[in-house]
Design a protein around this ligand. Structure first.
Ligand code: CUA
Length: 305
């Protein structure tokens, strides 16, 4: 039984396809058997008026199934697109796959390994990357699965709608202990979830850690408003459209921010020189997640990130 909103949509679609395809197969098989028996050699069926043309009938048996199956396509496309677009208010959780475990960080700084606690009824967006091989984050009860690839972000989102523990698997063969790369998702009532977040070991929030890294790595040297180096303004950047030197425009999402740190030459902002050095190898995936959490925050008025 599914435990997420997307799960119910997927199950309804799947059931409809089974019924439609099964019904169609039974109907065709029944007609074949009926005609084979009725018009077998030697039967006394009336053969005196062979059909000349039955255009209307032929059009009907061609167009009706065609429309039905196009309908299934449109429905599936709608479900697929909805499952690819996390709502803006989704709770971000950062996931790092590593041989052979899942490391998860909540915005508040709480970390987990092979366990993910989420509140009931609230959209949760996972921003995922890997430190080594390709893994795949798979929650069968939620009917969602997504590859987790080193060097880039992939996202997955769901809204859990049933309390309880659900299995988490790695669904991509990633080395000798792939089959042990399992965990669980714990869906809690929102109040219990808030209590769980608050009772964790006291750790600085992700954004707070990001702010420290921002200073320690010298980002302020160029991205501060008072700096002599002209670098793009970062305050309120997250989620905005950014015009690039080569004429493209991209949305400043997690992938864009991550690439700006590790492959800055990829997307040069229009009107700026390509002077940003790459931080590949200097920042761990978890450092980058903290920096992104910091950049996601709406800046306090008057200050500069
Ligand atoms: Cu990680 Cu299989």
């Amino acid at each position: 039984m599914s435990a997420s909103v997307a799960g119910h949509q997927t199950d309804a679609l799947f059931l409809a396809m089974v019924l439609l395809c099964g019904g169609m197969a039974l109907l065709l098989a029944g007609i074949i058997v009926f005609f084979a028996v009725r018009y077998r050699a030697g039967s006394d069926a009336d053969r005196s008026r062979p059909p000349s043309h039955a255009n209307g009938l032929e059009a009907a048996w061609t167009l009706l199934p065609l429309l039905l199956f196009f309908g299934v396509f449109a429905w599936a496309a709608w479900v697929y697109v909805a499952q690819r677009q996390p709502p803006d208010d989704a709770l971000p959780v950062y996931v790092t796959g590593k041989q052979w475990m899942w490391k998860l960080q909540h915005s508040g700084g709480r970390r987990e390994i092979n366990e993910l606690h989420v509140p009931l009824g609230q959209p949760v967006k996972l921003v995922m990357t890997s430190e080594d091989a390709i893994h795949s984050f798979y929650l069968p009860a939620f009917r969602v699965k997504q590859d987790v690839v080193p060097g880039r972000y992939s996202t997955l989102w769901f809204t859990a709608d049933r309390l309880g523990d659900f299995r988490l698997f790695c669904a991509e063969y990633c080395g000798s202990e792939h089959s042990a790369m399992v965990g669980r998702v714990v869906v809690m009532a929102p109040a219990d979830y808030a209590r769980w977040l608050a009772t964790g070991p006291a750790e600085p929030g992700l954004a707070e850690r990001g702010a420290r890294l921002f200073r320690e790595n010298g980002c302020t040297g160029c991205h501060d408003r008072g700096s002599t180096v002209r670098a793009p303004e970062l305050a309120g950047l997250y989620g905005r459209r950014v015009a690039l030197q080569d004429g493209r425009a991209v949305t400043a999402d997690e992938t864009y921010l991550r690439d700006a740190m590790v492959v800055p030459a990829k997307d040069i902002v229009a009107g700026y020189a390509a002077v940003m050095p790459s931080y590949a190898g200097q920042l761990s995936e978890e450092d980058i997640q903290a920096l992104i959490a910091y950049l996601r925050q709406p800046p306090p008025s008057g200050s500069t990130p």
